[in-house]
Design a protein around this ligand. Structure first.
Ligand code: FES
Length: 168
């Protein structure tokens, strides 16, 4: 084999090796880009607040997770803001300490139990976990269906007047 042929074969091999490396790097990069982020916006795990900031009574809203953090029987839970009737955003009424849907009048106590209205069940929840950074992460990609009306109903009286005017 002549010197020129050896050189050409060597250059060809080096070129093939380089092209292979570029293809592998491109494939790995594409694979990384397609992976879901471990923490992201709504639809994924949403980073929120420290567990100690969750009130014992009442709730605190986490807009990025479209959820409220509160406690049920001492355990931290994340209530979905989406009404279990037709999906309106359900505000928390500070005066009554209840969730009151302005669309068709469904109401839920502060632990998400169904009280009244056309909603088929209590408020849905998202799983919550404490991350390595000590903050609560709300998994908005998963949903725990709310309890059926009357199921494990907590006897919690309203603390004041409703935020939804009568007849609305
Ligand atoms: S959407 Fe809430 S009561 Fe209808």
């Amino acid at each position: 084999m002549s010197y020129n042929m050896k050189r050409r074969a060597f250059v060809t091999r080096v070129g093939q090796f380089g092209a292979g490396l570029v293809a592998i790097a491109g494939g790995l990069t594409s694979w990384d880009l397609l992976q879901p982020l471990p923490t992201s916006g709504f639809g994924g795990k949403v980073r929120s607040i420290p567990p100690g900031a969750v009130p014992d009574e009442g709730v605190i809203e986490v807009p990025a997770a479209r959820s409220y953090l509160g406690k049920v029987d001492g355990e931290i839970v994340a209530f979905s803001e989406k009404c279990t009737h037709l999906g309106c955003r359900v505000p928390y009424c500070e005066s009554s300490s209840q969730f009151e849907c302005p669309c068709h009048g469904s109401a839920f106590n502060r632990v998400g139990d169904y009280l009244t209205g056309p909603a088929p069940r209590g408020m849905d929840q998202h799983p919550v976990e404490v991350g390595d950074d000590g903050l609560l992460y709300i998994d908005t990609g998963s949903k725990i269906l709310g309890p059926a009306p009357g199921e494990n109903l907590h006897d919690i009286a309203p603390t004041g007047p409703s935020c939804v005017a009568e007849g609305e």
